[in-house]
Design a protein around this ligand. Sequence first.
Ligand code: NAP
Length: 344
Amino acid sequence: MKQADTANRKLVLAERPKGEPTLDTLRLEEEAIPSVGDNQMLLRTEYLSLDPYMRGRMSDAPSYAAPVEVGDVMVGGTVAKVVTSKLDGFAVGDWVLSQNGWQDYALSDGDGVTNLGASPEHPSWALGILGMPGFTAWAGLTQIGEPKPGETIVVAAATGPVGATVGQIGKLLGCRVVGIAGGPEKCAYAVDELGFDACIDHKAEDFADQLTKANPDGIDVYFENVGGKVLDAVIQLLNPHARVPVCGLVSQYNATELPSGPDRMNWLMGQILRNKIKVQGFIIFDSFGHLYPDFAKQMGTWVEGGKIKYREEVIDGLENAPEAFFGLLNGENFGKRVIRVGQN
Ligand SMILES: NC(=O)c1ccc[n+]([C@@H]2O[C@H](COP(=O)([O-])OP(=O)(O)OC[C@H]3O[C@@H](n4cnc5c(N)ncnc54)[C@H](OP(=O)(O)O)[C@@H]3O)[C@@H](O)[C@H]2O)c1
């Protein structure tokens, strides 16, 4: 059943996954569309963002954010339209950036909702390059990575919304940029379309050798998106005074135990010590929320001027969100994955 004005479809967390989520993890339910009270508005979801952090919210392991409770609607960033409004500043038909979660309709009191106006040029981009992932790339790279012209930046998940943006900003700042991506097609895109200097396929058998060859002067900034064997291969290439913004570890999000040995922890710490490397984690809005206006201004100018490219992969239908999300964790996406929930 498609989105309708007669009922609210919602995907709720049915059970906490152990390892990879499955079709039993989420359940599609239907309920009445809620009625709007004073100082409220009703939002209809047009686009739902799929992001790796959502895997963490399915678990109840300690984290920086509370888990989704079993039976509750999955959380998620959305671009929505105002259907009914009893709230100043939001008119019927306005597009908004909101947190409706994985459902057709949500009530809002306007808290944390950004009005995108009556006809934004690319409404869904507020979930990607002009929103949280773009901000993550910009802030993590400039505030922690502190790249200087001529330095080498390495970033994995290089064609995703964060990695592709990190690499393109790196080029704008005069750096050499080496991407890491899953497969030759993604790597060709990173070099030919995004302007990376090189891109290495992490699925290649000789991945670590290729990465070494692609970084003859070592690595000054490693923007950590994935962890796992990519991190293993990077550690030995980090230069003295390298900076490592720790943004994500997507290769580990479905892991149920620590990776098998040998234990590299003391080697990693030794490298950090000997090379005086800065390793710093960040959670984008907690760490850098105050810089959002600076980001919005800078990125808006870059995107408008064609300096930064953005690739989006749109999948139709809320009912297809679970499988699309599982695929995202395994690299099936090519660009920023969003679900078109509405009929727009
Ligand atoms: N700290 C924060 O506040 C914050 C905010 C936003 C995002 N993040 C993190 O940033 C990272 C990128 O996010 P995104 O939205 O741009 O995701 P994304 O690139 O759209 O999707 C994740 C990508 O990770 C790659 N991947 C998956 N398993 C891998 C593995 N075993 N080894 C190497 N690569 C693997 C895949 O790309 P390939 O096919 O190219 O390998 C996949 O497409 C994620 O770790 C996310 O959690 C952090």
